[in-house]
Write a protein that binds this ligand. Structure first.
Ligand code: ADP
Ligand code: MG
Length: 719
C-alpha cells in the first residue's frame, strides 16, 4: 500500500513488530513513519555525563549512572530469599529483585518487578553497566525502579547520534512495560529518518522561511531527533514551534477574514442621543482604557460587519460601564440589546447597576429571570415584542422560546464560559433583523494574552488594563488556624468601624472525609463568636431556595448584616462597596483565578481593604506557591500568567470547556509567547495580502490548512 516511506506502517521498522506498533498506535497515536518523525522529544539527556550515586536525589529527573553490580537479592516468599545464590531459582515465586550497584561514591538499589528472570540472568556481579532512569525516594534511600540498562562496551551503540545528546520521547507505563524504552525509540527514529526524511516536503513557503530566518524542515527534523550541537537543536526547535503556532494562528485568522468579508452585520453608524445623554451624566470621567475599548467597539458596530468581540477586564475595571454605553449605541440606531448573566444574583446586580446609568436616557429596561412572576413576565414579553423595552437583562430565561424581540441588534454576554454552547446558539437565532446581532462577550477571568490569541484567535479581543482611579490596594494576608482568635478580633474592629466582612468556604458539606471546615460548622462558629443581636450574620449557599438566598444576600448588600458567610457563589457578582474584609477559608483548595475573583469583591469602597487567606499548616508545593503569589500581587494578568505556567493552559480555569483548537506537539503557550507573537504577525501579514491564500506562493499554506486538525470549531458561532 505504501506509496512512499512516510506512509509506511511503523511495524515494518526494525525492532517494532505488530505488538509494539499496536502499542505505539494506541498510546501515542503514532502509526506511520511520517507520524513518528513528527513525534518530538520533550527533553534531552546528555549520554556522556554520569551522576555520582552519592549525588543522586529523588527530585532529579532522569539520570544516568555508570556502576558495577555488587549483588542481586531475590525477594519473594522466605524460602526463595533464603535459597543459596547458586542454587536453582524458582522464578515464579520471586516477586521482585534488588540489584545493588556501586560506583565508588556510594551504593544504590535498582528494583525490578518485571522481567526478573531475564535481568537476573543478564546482569553479572562484578561487571559495569550504564543505568538510566528516574530516581525515587524509598525508606529514606534513593533507588531506581526498572532502569534502562546498557552494557558498558565503550562503543557508541547509537549510530544516529552525532553528539551525546539523546532525545527522550513521551511515554506511558504501558509503553515502558511493552519494552518501548528510550533506547528503542532512538533506534526507531533513526530508522524512520533513513526511510522517510527524503519524502518530507517543505511545509512552509520558501519566502516565509527566508523572511523569518528559519531552518529548512529536513534540517529541523534531523536535529530535533539527533541534535548535531546545541545551536542546531535550538534552531530546529524554533522552526518547529514557529510552524506549529503559525498554522494554528493562520487557521484561526483565516476564518476570521472569511467571516468578516462574508458575514453581514447590522450597520450602526450613529452614536445617538441616548449614548450622549448617559455620557454627559456620568459621575466620573471614563478611564483611558474604557475610552479606547468603546472606540474599538464603535468601529466594529458601524463597519457593516458583525462584531464578535471579547472584552477582558479585571474585576472592578469598569466593564459594566462599557456594556451600558455599547447597549446605548445599539439603542441609538433603533435596536434592542440583551444582557445575559450566568446567575440570578449577577443578573439582578447588573440590572441595578445599569438602571442608574440608564436613568438620564429615558430608555426602558427590564429584568427577566427564572423567578420573574407570571404577570410581570407577560408584560416584559410584550415590551420586547413591541420594542418598548430597549435593554433586557436576564439569565437563561431570556432564551426561552416564547421570548420574542422586535429587533435584537446586540447581545452582551457576561462570563461566557458559564453558558453552554446550545444556549448561546439559541440566543443567536433570536435575531430577526436579517443579520446576526453584534456580540460582546465580557469576562473577568484574566486570560493571558498568548492564550486569548489562541482560544479566541477568531474573535477580536479588547482589554481594559487600567482600574478606575482612587482604588485602594487590598492587603492580602496568609494565616493558619492558630491566628483565628486574632482574625476574629480584627473582624470585630472592622465591624465596629462600620464595615462588613465576607467569609467564604469552598464546600457546603463535608462530602468527603476531609478535614476542611464546612460552611455549616464555620457559620455556627461565627454565630457563636459574633452573637446576635450585637452582630448580624447572613448565610448564603447553593442549597438554599432562591428566595432565601436573595433575602440573605440583600440583607448583606443593604448593610443589615455585618458578616456574610457564603460558598463561592458570591464569586460572580455582589458589589458591596462597604465590605472591607474578605476571609477565604481553606484557601489552599481554591485555584488562583478563583482566589483573585473573590478578592476582587473587596477594595471597591473608599476604605482600606483586606483579604485573609486561611489555610491548614500542611500544603502542597503548588498551594503554597498560589498563596504566596496572591500575597505578592494584585495584578490579575500576572496571576493568570503564573497560573498557566504552573498548571499548563489546558487546566486554566474558565478555559476547560473551550480547550485548545488543536493540540500542540512542541510549542508551549506558557513559554513561547515571543514565538507566538512572531507567528501571529506572520500569519496576519500573509492574510492581509492574500486572505483566501490563492497566490501560488501560498499553495503550501492552502494545502496544509485542508488537513483535518485545522478544521476547528468556529468560536464566534457559539459565543
Ligand atoms: P467590572 O464589571 O469590570 O467588575 P464595574 O463595571 O462593576 O467593574 O465597576 C466597578 C466599580 O467602578 C463600579 O462601582 C463603577 O461604578 C466604578 N467605575 C466604573 N468606571 C469608573 C471610572 N471610569 N471612574 C470611576 N469609577 C468607575
Ligand atoms: Mg461586573
Amino acid at each position: 500500500m505504501a506509496q512512499n516511506g512516510l506512509d509506511m506502517d511503523i511495524q515494518f521498522l526494525p525492532g517494532v513488530g505488530p505488538k509494539r506498533s499496536a502499542l505505539l498506535k494506541k498510546e501515542l497515536s503514532v502509526g506511520t513513519v511520517g507520524e513518528l518523525l513528527r513525534l518530538y522529544p520533550f527533553r534531552y539527556i546528555d549520554r556522556s555525563s554520569y551522576v555520582r550515586i552519592a549525588d543522586a536525589r529523588p527530585d532529579m529527573a532522569y539520570i544516568q549512572l555508570k556502576a558495577k553490580v555488587i549483588r542481586i537479592d531475590l525477594h519473594g516468599n522466605s524460602s526463595v530469599a533464603d535459597a543459596p545464590a547458586d542454587g536453582p531459582v524458582r522464578f515464579n515465586t520471586v516477586k521482585r529483585i534488588s540489584v545493588w550497584v556501586s560506583d565508588g561514591s556510594g551504593e544504590m538499589e535498582m528494583v525490578f518487578f518485571k522481567g526478573i528472570k531475564w535481568m537476573y540472568e543478564k546482569l553479572k556481579p562484578g561487571q559495569e553497566y550504564i543505568f538510566f532512569g528516574k530516581p525515587t525516594g524509598f525508606n529514606g534511600r534513593v533507588n531506581i525502579v526498572h532502569p534502562e540498562i546498557d552494557p558498558q562496551t565503550g562503543q557508541d551503540s547509537n549510530q544516529g547520534a552525532v553528539t551525546s545528546m539523546t532525545g527522550v520521547y513521551p511515554s506511558t507505563e504501558k509503553l515502558k512495560n511493552g519494552g518501548v524504552t528510550t533506547k528503542v525509540m532512538n533506534r526507531l527514529l533513526e530508522a524512520a529518518l533513513n526511510k522517510g526524511l527524503e519524502y518530507i516536503e517543505e511545509s512552509l513557503p520558501e519566502y516565509v522561511i527566508r523572511q523569518y530566518g528559519l531552518v529548512p524542515i529536513h534540517f529541523a527534523l534531523r536535529n530535533i531527533h539527533f541534535p548535531k550541537d546545541m545551536q542546531s537543536l535550538e534552531k530546529s526547535r524554533y522552526r518547529l514551534k514557529f510552524e506549529e503556532l503559525f498554522y494554528l494562528q493562520l487557521s484561526l485568522l483565516k476564518q476570521k477574514y472569511i467571516r468578516s468579508r462574508a458575514e453581514q452585520g447590522i450597520p450602526m453608524p450613529k452614536v445617538g442621543d441616548a449614548f450622549n445623554r448617559c455620557y454627559e451624566a456620568l459621575p466620573f470621567p471614563l478611564t483611558g482604557a474604557q475610552k479606547r475599548v468603546i472606540k474599538e467597539i464603535r468601529d466594529d458596530m458601524k463597519s457593516g460587519h458583525q462584531m464578535n468581540r471579547l472584552l477582558q477586564g479585571d474585576v472592578g475595571s469598569g466593564k459594566t460601564m462599557v456594556a451600558v454605553l455599547t447597549a446605548l449605541i445599539a439603542i441609538g440606531n433603533g435596536y434592542q440589546t440583551c444582557i445575559m448573566a450566568p446567575t440570578e444574583v449577577l443578573a439582578q446586580q447588573h440590572f441595578r447597576n445599569i438602571q442608574k446609568f440608564l436613568e438620564p436616557t429615558g430608555v426602558r429596561s427590564a429584568l427577566l429571570t427564572g423567578s420573574s412572576k407570571t404577570a410581570e413576565r407577560r408584560e416584559i414579553h410584550a415590551g420586547l415584542e413591541d420594542g418598548s423595552i430597549g435593554v433586557i437583562v436576564g439569565t437563561h430565561a431570556l432564551i426561552e422560546d416564547n421570548v420574542i424581540f422586535r429587533n435584537l441588534g446586540l447581545a452582551i454576554i457576561d462570563e461566557q464560559h458559564r453558558f453552554g454552547v446550545e444556549q448561546r446558539s439559541k440566543l443567536w437565532r433570536k435575531s430577526t433583523c436579517g443579520a446576526p446581532p453584534h456580540v460582546l462577550v465580557m469576562t473577568a477571568t484574566p486570560i493571558p494574552r498568548t492564550l486569548a490569541m489562541t482560544l479566541y484567535g477568531d474573535l477580536d479581543v479588547s482589554v481594559i488594563d487600567e482600574l478606575p482611579p482612587g482604588r485602594k490596594p487590598v492587603q492580602t494576608i496568609h494565616a493558619t488556624e492558630g491566628k483565628r482568635p486574632a482574625l476574629y478580633r480584627f473582624m470585630k474592629e472592622q465591624i465596629a468601624a462600620g464595615r462588613q466582612v465576607f467569609v467564604v468556604y469552598p464546600l457546603i458539606n463535608e462530602t468527603e472525609k476531609l478535614d476542611y471546615q464546612s460552611l455549616e460548622a464555620g457559620a455556627e462558629d461565627i454565630m457563636q463568636k459574633f452573637p446576635f443581636p450585637q452582630y448580624k450574620t447572613a448565610v448564603v449557599h447553593g442549597k438554599q431556595l432562591n428566595d432565601v438566598k436573595k433575602f440573605n444576600m440583600d440583607a448583606f448588600a443593604a448593610g443589615r448584616a455585618d458578616i456574610l458567610v457564603a460558598t463561592s457563589v458570591i464569586e460572580v457578582g455582589v458589589d458591596v462597596p462597604n465590605a472591607s474584609v474578605m476571609v477565604i477559608e481553606s484557601a489552599e483548595r481554591f485555584g488562583l483565578s478563583q482566589l483573585h475573583q473573590l478578592r476582587g469583591r473587596v477594595g471597591r469602597g473608599s476604605e482600606k481593604s483586606f483579604c485573609v487567606l486561611m489555610t491548614g499548616q500542611k500544603m502542597s508545593k503548588e498551594s503554597r506557591r498560589r498563596i504566596e503569589l496572591m500575597c505578592a500581587t494584585e495584578n490579575g494578568f500576572e496571576l493568570a500568567e503564573e497560573d498557566m505556567k504552573m498548571r499548563g493552559p489546558g487546566d486554566l480555569e474558565g478555559t476547560q470547556q473551550s480547550g485548545l483548537p488543536i493540540s500542540l506537539n512542541i510549542a508551549s503557550l506558557a513559554k513561547d509567547g515571543l514565538i507566538l507573537n512572531a507567528a501571529r504577525s506572520a500569519a496576519e501579514a500573509i492574510l492581509s495580502e492574500d486572505p483566501i491564500l490563492h497566490d501560488n506562493r501560498n499553495l503550501i499554506l492552502r494545502k496544509e490548512l485542508t488537513k483535518d486538525k485545522y478544521q476547528v470549531r468556529d468560536y464566534s458561532k457559539i459565543s
